[in-house]
Ligand binder design. Structure first.
Ligand code: ADP
Ligand code: ZN
Length: 436
């Protein structure tokens, strides 16, 4: 079927034209920030820069970074670059890694964000005939409002379900024949599990696609969800600081997420030195908002680690693609001197045939780091003999050691004993932080 786009001209723009557009927008944006955002002007002055030094995207690297702690230091309105009377909305981070950050939007900023989400919905095949069930949380969290706005723009029938009340989600899904599901991947997995328990088969629902994001998830988890819901599962990425979901989205090629580069200029840097790395290198993703008005962050360090890919995509979109972030640089655990990402543990568990219900506990005993992984058994696995369960524990521990390079203590626990997530799943409990 022919590929359809929400804003074809921009999404398929020739790379040179896109770069020219970005340069033009950057020059304007730097001026706007210099004139209207005193904390950033101060940062520029400290580097001896004025807006005249930025003539195009080739000068981007000269600009100072903005970090999450800059935002916390200027809480709540320090980075505001428009009068509050021109703002129409605030949203806030989930506070996954500390104090919440507040973002503010003019109507123009809300529109731009919703356009990005509309692009994501059309990229998975959404049309005005679709019924989009949004079960990301509504409220301060950007997930619900973002996809809701995008769905309206495409003209889909939008079900603003918000998260939770899984039985009601399923009833509406069946009765109203939802075709596109939007939520966190962990909640999608939970809905799949609940559908099965209620006696539904994957082909009983009318869903064709899911748009899942807001938290890291692995390819194994994607296959799991695709199987249990009978759909194609697509990734979507974003963060409150740059607007919300829709900063990048997956197309049907499922080979990375296209970054909406006409609005968000992406760089990859070495998280240690801040040096810009060439395309194809793994490093920290940095975004410059090119036309947001109220909260226009320049060179914002996301702490998300990924790789950019500029090779042409089968869908015809020309915007750069980012790989799935493996997790944030601050999600990375250092255990006995070894770097461990929760996503590596998830990959092992799912490829060994477990459901994505697990929790990782890191602690310190006698000056040594400990790593415990609690993994839920399915009812069938749970009815195994004791020796079969012991054998499972052993084989999982061995697979874990191969992946991580260090040992983990595996605890296989009863079905339903690990709390399900309706929003962002809490996968790691690091008790070392409590002792420090
Ligand atoms: P918080 O920082 O409190 O979680 P946000 O709700 O703004 O606040 O979350 C943004 C972060 O969520 C991103 O920086 C990234 O780490 C994570 N994230 C968002 N989408 C994805 C995705 N598709 N894959 C992996 N991580 C994601
Ligand atoms: Zn594509």
């Amino acid at each position: 079927m022919e590929e359809r786009y929400y804003q074809k001209e921009i999404e398929t723009m020739a790379p040179e034209a896109l770069r020219a557009l970005q340069s033009e927008k950057l020059v304007k944006q730097v001026k706007h920030v210099w004139e209207n955002c005193p904390p950033y002007r101060k940062k520029m002055e400290e580097k001896g820069l004025t807006p005249d030094d930025i003539k195009g995207i080739e000068d981007l690297h000269k600009l100072p970074f903005v970090t999450k702690s800059d935002l916390r230091d200027t809480y709540p309105y320090g980075m505001l670059a428009k009068p509050l009377s021109e703002c129409v909305r605030i949203q806030s981070t989930s506070g996954t890694t500390g104090k919440r950050v507040i973002a503010y939007y003019t109507q123009h900023d809300v529109d731009l964000w919703e356009d990005c989400c509309a692009r994501a919905i059309m990229a998975v095949g959404g049309t005005k005939e679709d019924v989009v069930q949004v079960c990301y949380g509504y409220g301060l969290f950007t997930g619900g409002p973002g996809l809701n706005g995008g769905s309206h723009k495409v003209g889909c029938l939008t079900l603003p379900m918000s998260s939770g009340n899984t039985e009601r989600q399923i009833q509406f899904m069946m009765d109203l024949k939802s075709t596109i599901l939007c939520c966190t991947p962990s909640y999608a997995a939970y809905i799949g599990e609940a559908l099965k328990e209620m006696g539904y088969k994957p082909q009983d629902n009318c869903l064709k696609a899911g748009i899942f994001g807001a938290e890291p998830w692995t390819e194994e988890m994607r296959h799991d969800i695709e199987k249990s819901l009978g759909i194609k599962a697509f990734d979507i990425y974003g963060l409150t600081e740059t607007s919300g979901p829709g900063v990048a989205f997956e197309c049907k090629a499922q080979k990375g997420m296209h970054i909406n580069e006409d609005h968000f200029l992406a760089e990859i840097i070495d998280p240690e030195t801040g040096e810009v790395l060439p395309d194809g290198s793994r490093g920290e993703l940095v975004f410059t908002s090119l036309d947001k008005e109220a909260f226009p962050l320049l060179r914002y360090r996301t702490r998300d680690i990924c790789v950019l890919d500029r090779t042409p995509c089968a869908c015809g979109r020309t915007h750069v693609r980012m790989s799935k972030p493996m997790g944030r640089s601050d999600d990375m655990m250092i255990i006995r001197g070894v770097n461990v990402f929760p996503s590596q543990i998830e990959t092992v568990l799912l490829s060994e045939g477990y459901a994505p219900n697990y929790q990782i506990v890191v602690d310190r005993a006698k000056n040594n780091d400990t790593l415990d992984v609690y993994v839920e058994l399915s009812p069938e696995q749970f009815s195994d003999t004791v020796s079969a369960v012991t054998a499972r524990e052993k084989s999982l521990a061995a697979a874990m050691r191969t992946m991580l390079g260090i040992g983990a203590v595996i605890h296989l626990v009863a079905p339903k004993s690990i709390a399900r997530s309706e929003g962002k799943a809490v996968r790691v409990v690091d008790k070392r932080k409590l002792h420090d």
